[in-house]
Design a protein around this ligand. Structure first.
Ligand code: AMP
Length: 170
């Protein structure tokens, strides 16, 4: 099964992915983690990405597509994957569609995690202390939220009847 997880920074995508991984026994592909590994390893890509990540902005679509293409070409994704953090804008979503079409592995499910923004900001501040992430300062988190609202939310289309149904269930 191929699952895409969508949600704001700090909404709990990583936590939910870990639960799904345990349940479904599939690899967890987090583009944030792939980038942080590249930063730690000090590769050219990592050095380029760090500057952008520390500003709370999106790493270029070209770099991201290269990264995701390489990861999805490995043998461990044959039974599926949990994709966390990609796509984050329309260009990436279209690129992913084309890539998965070529690999004959279309997405089965896209799950959105929707949470209260102020709660997330408080949660991230806690995570910053635990994980020592340089992009978890309050200013950067607010920037990442803005980027999510401006670029990633447009990937999620909810029809009016569905929105009303969801609200009535809350
Ligand atoms: P995350 O751990 O998913 O919150 O990602 C941390 C940071 O990595 C983001 O704020 C971006 O700077 C970068 N990043 C992760 N995934 C992507 C992506 N699909 N496109 C562009 N930048 C990304």
């Amino acid at each position: 099964m191929r699952i895409v997880l969508l949600g704001a920074p700090g909404s709990g995508k990583g936590t939910q992915a870990a639960l799904l991984v345990e349940e479904l026994n599939l690899p967890h592909i987090s583009t944030g983690e792939l980038l942080r590994s590249a930063v730690k390893a000090g590769t050219d890509l990592g050095l380029q990405a760090k500057v952008v990540m520390d500003r709370g902005e999106l790493v270029s679509d070209e770099i991201m597509l290269g990264l995701i293409e390489e990861r999805l070409s490995r043998a461990d994704v044959a039974q599926g994957f949990i994709l966390d953090g990609y796509p984050r804008n329309i260009v990436q979503a279209e690129a992913l569609d084309r890539l998965l079409e070529r690999l004959e592995q279309p997405v089965d499910e896209a799950l959105q995690i929707d949470v209260d923004v102020e709660m997330v900001i408080a949660r991230i501040a806690k995570r910053a202390a635990q994980e020592d992430r340089s992009d978890d300062t309050e200013e950067t988190v607010r920037k990442r939220m803005d980027v999510y609202a401006a670029q990633t939310l447009s990937l999620i289309h909810i029809s009016e009847p569905t929105r009303q149904y969801c609200q009535s269930r809350m």
